[in-house]
Design a protein around this ligand. Sequence first.
Ligand code: HEC
Length: 116
Amino acid sequence: MKKYILLIILVSLTLLFTVCSPSKKAAAKVKKSTYESDIATLIMINCTPCHIPSKGGFKKAFDNYESAKTNIDEMIKRIELNPTDKGFMPFKKTVKLSDSTINAFKKWRDDGLLEK
Ligand code: HEC
């Protein structure tokens, strides 16, 4: 009898793994981030006006794909600093960007810095 119970447990576990694994494949298909659909707006909201020339900003411009792409490492480095650290961005803010915003910048980098 014990053997059967063990067998049933084994079979159920196997089934469970088979049923659960497709969701992992689905996760791998998550859309890649692009500058136009994921990053441009975040920059417009969080780095304005200083880095947006059309809004009167006179710091390095991030309102275009090429510049955002070239500066992404420095951008991530600075938004990951703490507000009391020298060089923290957004400049003069007392709180960091939300984790999800910071992660969006990182995901864009990790996805290969696509434009659209
Ligand atoms: C209130 C104005 C202001 C805002 C908002 C702001 N910055 Fe800045 N940023 C500055 C100033 C001033 C400097 C130059 C001083 C320095 O390098 O620390 C700078 C410099 C930088 C640099 C270095 C540029 C270089 O010349 O190498 C990066 C990268 C940067 N900011 C990223 C960001 C990002 C990303 C955001 C939005 C999440 C942001 N900043 C928001 C004012 C701002």
